[in-house]
Design a protein around this ligand. Sequence first.
Ligand SMILES: [Zn+2]
Length: 185
Amino acid sequence: MRIARHHQQGTQEHRISEALHPAPDYRPTCEWPEDCTVQWGHGLVPAVPFFEAFPKGTFIRGEGTDIAEAERNAFDQYLRHVACDHVWGRQRPGGELYTNGAAFCRKCGGFLARKFPPLRPSGWWRKPLSSMEVWHLRSSEGNAELNEIMDRKYPETRESRRLTARQLRLRYNVFGMSGDEEGGE
Ligand SMILES: [Zn+2]
């Protein structure tokens, strides 16, 4: 497992965390996968001990009377998640329909952030870029260093980032940017 940086002494994240809301000393005991980041602490309001894990593509949170119990609770959820032959849907169990691509398993309640393509109204792209999208396009096309860092850190999203940049470029060429931009290119 990877311990989140704000739990590691000597990091800037640790110094900030100590100043704002110190996390209790704790050593995880469960067999989390190697590439799984974990973190823990006491909530602010209410002050419930929690343990959070980020296995590939998902997010698990356990709570308990102390952090050890919260971790066991989270790990039980993780084991259910890996043992399940999931049935994914866009509906949160007992809740609303998610259109952003998130998926919930009807059997174990597991969650994946990007399981489905997002649902969008037909023709959603036939409009000028917002200033946020213009910024996104500029950094995708103009910031080679950032792209390289992202590719290294998140190789699995490389293709979808390239696709997003191409779509933004095409929309920009056809529809331009919305009126609130100064000057333009
Ligand atoms: Zn499942």
